[in-house]
Ligand binder design. Sequence first.
Ligand code: ATP
Length: 261
Amino acid sequence: MTAALDLHDVTVRRGGTAILDNVSWTVGDQDRWVVLGANGAGKTSLLQIASARLHPTTGTADILGERLGRVDVFELRPRIGLASAALAERIPPRELVRDVVLTAAYGVTGRWRETYESHDTDRAHDLLRLFAVDRLADRTYGTLSEGERKRVQIARALMTDPELLLLDEPAAGLDLGGREELVAALAELAGDRRSPVLVLVTHHVEEIPPNFTHGMILRAGGVHVAGALADVVTDEHLSSGFGVPLTVSQTDGRYAARGAR
Ligand SMILES: Nc1ncnc2c1ncn2[C@@H]1O[C@H](COP(=O)(O)OP(=O)(O)OP(=O)(O)O)[C@@H](O)[C@H]1O
């Protein structure tokens, strides 16, 4: 099977600095990856490459079997779902929640005069139900809580039935209840073999849903460590990756970290 992502020595330079530095990374077609790293480590830049929104300065990036630089990115992008704060900012606050999801079928935000097939409207409703926000379908996006918005954003990212789903800090700004609901929904998604390949960027090991399989810690633009999740989320790797002494614990498939004494 073709890897969902295959990056070889990817470097991205901006103003003389390597914001990604010789990153090599292979994501298999059933993988569920978590990408961790301190502020500025390069996580968002990595997702920009993985979502065909940024090209490497040097190195090669194959996404869903297509090489960046050779493929028409406008054909590739609909095969990739992305939920990020930058994309969320483009959603008009007055848009109905059902349309926030539905308009992804056309790759637009803001419904205009498009007509949608009934299978599109059915799919949008099913996705809202999957994330337990179907009761909000007739509300405007701007009236939702942050947690409700996050779930609507992920439903939108799934609308095109992508082969790869990239989630950039989906739990940022959520309260404890909202975070736990989101983690549970993502655990369910990750546990379903029909789901797309998943890559979740987060700062906090508490946000890693059960059923995720692999982990990477980025440090200063480079891969600090990558591999099976349990081998990556350790005292040693987190401490060196974040530059502070940390102790990690694991209970029922969930991780927690605190400063080591
Ligand atoms: N266009 C740019 N020009 C110059 N520097 C950039 C540019 N884009 C990103 N950077 C820098 O690259 C580094 C990596 O940024 P990136 O947003 O990928 O990190 P991150 O790990 O997602 O950080 P955070 O956790 O704070 O969101 C940062 O130091 C950032 O300032």
